[in-house]
Design a protein around this ligand. Sequence first.
Ligand code: AKB
Length: 329
Amino acid sequence: MPASQNERILVTGACGQIGVELTLALRERYGNDNVVATDIRPLPAGIVSSGPGERLDVTQREALTSVIERHRISVIYHMAAILSATGEEKPRLAWNVNIGGLHNVLETARELGVTRVYHPSSIAAFGPESPKEDTPQETVLRPTTLYGITKVTGELLGMYYSRRFGLDVRGIRYPGVISSETLPGGGTTDYAVEIFYEALRRGRYSCFVRADTVLPMIYMPDCIRATLMLMDAPRVRLRHAAEYNVAALSFSAGELAAEIRRRIPDFVCEYRPDFRQQIADSWPRTIDDRAAREEWGWAPQYDLAAMVEDMLEKLSSRLGSASSTLGPL
Ligand code: AKB
């Protein structure tokens, strides 16, 4: 059960792949008026019509302070971030948003008495020197991407604010997230979402990683459930802060294409690796998530077949009825 039904919640990055669905899930739980959605981009119609929302650039501390004060925010889900591929193209922007934004959130939370902050980390916190299989909760963290560096720094900042100021900061090292509602943007794991759209629209996909590339992934319903489970967990049971390993699925790009082909027999996938291959090669293949399972009861519900089935069903009805609203990949 939620810690308190009286929470006043702020979501940053509410237009993002996770932000949209998280905002809607939080509104269902805590009441539409208690969840304030913010993003630097215009909010989608479903978010605007269902509750309060504002334009917010998290790198602007005064604007952030004003939103938190005006809405009497008690809990922040800080989802605004630049992902791995964009981070390599725009490292300065990635640093400013991912670190400048997070520091603003943590400082403002501490000053204004916000009780809890959710800040996601990522499998990108690991690097080529971390074990590739069953990557442990505690291991060497030497990422080779700017995004990964911001994630490790974010984890350390979360721990610091927890220990030094008693701020309750929690987070998951998200695997690649697969979803049918909002497209991801600028990530290395984006191929695992794009492939569904292209399979349904054109019957073919040009994948930017090799067929044998295995990465940890999670389906959105499991991702939202994991996020809410971690935030619901009694603090005394948690031995970590913003750095929980969570495992759900691990498959190769070729296995994903084959699973789609079982349902769309004419689907053709070709492989043309680009700079994102090197990023993918620096990340784990499978994750050891015993800490999450033991400390807050985590267990995924979707395997590869169930996820592919559900994605194709949801996307084919959306693409069939409203393909013009989905936009180009
Ligand atoms: C990315 O690919 O950059 C993200 C992530 C794994 O954090 N999806």
